[in-house]
Ligand binder design. Structure first.
Ligand SMILES: Cc1ncc(COP(=O)(O)O)c(C=O)c1O
Length: 426
C-alpha cells in the first residue's frame, strides 16, 4: 500500500482525512495505528556501506537514486516523527516539501541565513512579529545583512518606490536576497499583497544570483485560510507553536516550498542543529488531526467576539479581517488572498496603556498571555510585550499603539468569551 496516496476510488482526499495516516506505514512499527515516538538520537546502519551511502547524501556528495529512500542516520538530520510530520504539513499548503524546526524563529532565522549573504538586504513589511523584527534589525546586521522595511498598508506604487530605496541600500556586491512578508501582520492584521510582491521579485531577475526568494510567514491564517504558494510565494514559514500545535504546549516551526528551494535550508538546519525533536513532532501530528475542527470553531467564535467588541462604547476600533470596509484596498486583497478572517483580533480601546491594561487585568476566562492560535483564548498588549523592543518612533509609524490589545480567540463557548469581555469592559 502506498502511504502517500491522496486519491481513493477517484476521490481526492481532503487534508483533514489525510492527517490520520498520510506518510506512515504501520507495518514498519508493529502495526501501531499511531506513529510511535522514535525517541532516539541515532539509528543503527545495516552495514558500513549503507552508513557511507547515507552520509554521502547528507553531505550533498550525490543525489538520491531513483526509488531510493534516504536512510535514517542521526536525529539532527532526520527522524521518522519529523519526516512524517513534514509530509503531512505539505498537504495543507500544496507544497512539495517541508522542514520542521525547534521554533518559528528557528525556521525564520535558518531560512534567512540560507538565502542572504553579507551585503544583501532583506525587504520586509512592518509591523512584523517582534522576534522577526529583532532578527532583521539587530541580529542579521551583525553578519552584514540588512533589513529594510516597507509599511504593510502602502499602496502598490509606494511599495515599488521603497524597493528602489532598498536596492540602493545594498552593500558592495549585495542584492535583495528575499522579500520577508508576514500577512496578516502581527499584531495589526495589516494585509500585504503576496502576488504583487512576487511580481516585484520577478522584476529583479537580472540582479546577481537571480531574483529574490519570496518568503511568507503564514502563522496568522495558515494553513486553513491562506495558501501563499498559490499566490507566487517561494516559501512559507510557520510558527507551529500557534494554530498547528494549537494547545499552547509546544514550540516549533516549519518552512515549506519546492524541494530544490529547501535544499540549502535543510543543510543549514543540519549544520546549526535548529531542527525539532521526536516528541514535539509526535505532538504536532496529534494536533494536525483536529486542526480543521479547531480553526473552524475559533474562526466562528472570533466573528462573534469581534461583532460584540465593534459595538461596545469602550472600544475605539476593532481590527478584524471579517470587518473590512467594502470597496477598500484591504477588502479587495482579502477577497483575492484569504479564505477566512482568522481568529486574532486587534482591539483598540478608548484611552491608552492604562485603559488597555485595565481590560487585560480584569479578564478571567481569557488568559493574559502572549501567543495565539491555541484552544484557549489569550489576550496581550503588543506594544508592552511582544513588540516592546521596537523603538517608539517605529511603533507610532507602524500602528503599535498603546491602546492596542491583541486577542486570540479559542474554542470556548462564544457566549462565555463575550461575558468575560463585557464584564472586563464594564
Ligand atoms: C507571526 C509570527 N511569526 C513567528 C513567530 C515566532 O514563533 P516561535 O515563538 O514559535 O518562535 C511568532 C510568535 O509569536 C509569530 O506570531
Amino acid at each position: 500500500m502506498n502511504h502517500h496516496k491522496r486519491v481513493l476510488a477517484g476521490q481526492t482526499l481532503h487534508p483533514e482525512s489525510l492527517m490520520m495516516g498520510y506518510g506512515y506505514d504501520p507495518a514498519l512499527s508493529e502495526g501501531s495505528v499511531k506513529v510511535p515516538i522514535f525517541q532516539t538520537s541515532t539509528f543503527v546502519f545495516r552495514s558500513a556501506q549503507h552508513g557511507k551511502e547515507f552520509f554521502e547524501l547528507v553531505a550533498g556528495l550525490r543525489e538520491l537514486r531513483e526509488n531510493e529512500q534516504p536512510g535514517l542516520i542521526y536525529s539532527r538530520f532526520n527522524n521518522p516523527d519529523l519526516e512524517i510530520l513534514e509530509d503531512r504539513l505539505t498537504v495543507w499548503d500544496g507544497a512539495e516539501a517541508a522542514l520542521v524546526f525547534a521554533s518559528g524563529m528557528a525556521a525564520i532565522a535558518t531560512t534567512l541565513l540560507s538565502v542572504a549573504r553579507p551585503g544583501d538586504v532583506v525587504f520586509y513589511n512592518a509591523p512584523i512579529y517582534g522576534g522577526t523584527e529583532t532578527l532583521l534589525m539587530k541580529v542579521l546586521p551583525q553578519f552584514g545583512i540588512q533589513g529594510f522595511e516597507f509599511a504593510g498598508n502602502l499602496e502598490p506604487h509606494e511599495v515599488e518606490a521603497r524597493l528602489a530605496e532598498a536596492r540602493a541600500a545594498c552593500g558592495p556586491g549585495g542584492r535583495i536576497a528575499a522579500f520577508m512578508l508576514e500577512t496578516p501582520a502581527n499584531p495589526t492584521n495589516d494585509l500585504v499583497d503576496i502576488a504583487h510582491c512576487a511580481e516585484l521579485a520577478a522584476g529583479l531577475h537580472d540582479q546577481p544570483g537571480g531574483r529574490p526568494a519570496v518568503i511568507v510567514d503564514n502563522t496568522f491564517l495558515g494553513p486553513l485560510w491562506q495558501a501563499p504558494l498559490a499566490h507566487g510565494a517561494d516559501m512559507v514559514v510557520y510558527s507551529l507553536t500557534k494554530y498547528v500545535g494549537g494547545h499552547s504546549d509546544v514550540v516549533a516551526g516549519a518552512v515549506l516550498g519546492a524541494r530544490a528551494a529547501l535544499k540549502p535550508i535543510r543543510s543549514m538546519r543540519s549544520a546549526l542543529g535548529t531542527m525539532s525533536d521526536p516528541h514535539t513532532g509526535w505532538l504536532l501530528m496529534r494536533s494536525l488531526e483536529t486542526l480543521e475542527l479547531r480553526m473552524t470553531r475559533a474562526g466562528e467564535n472570533a466573528a462573534k467576539v469581534a461583532g460584540f467588541l465593534a459595538n461596545h462604547p469602550a472600544i475605539e476600533k476593532v481590527g478584524f479581517l471579517g470587518h473590512l470596509a467594502e470597496g477598500s484596498r484591504e477588502a479587495d486583497l482579502y477577497a483575492r488572498q484569504c479564505s477566512g478572517p482568522g481568529s486574532t483580533i486587534s482591539v483598540y480601546v478608548k484611552g491608552g496603556e492604562a485603559e488597555a491594561f485595565a481590560l487585560l487585568d480584569r479578564l478571567s476566562l481569557i488568559k493574559l498571555a502572549v501567543s495565539l492560535g491555541g484552544t484557549e483564548s489569550l489576550a496581550s498588549h503588543p506594544a508592552a510585550m511582544t513588540h516592546i523592543a521596537v523603538p517608539a518612533e517605529r511603533k507610532r509609524r507602524f500602528g503599535l499603539l498603546d491602546n492596542l490589545v491583541r486577542i486570540s480567540v479559542g474554542v470556548e463557548h462564544p457566549d462565555d468569551l463575550i461575558a468575560d469581555l463585557r464584564n472586563a469592559l464594564s
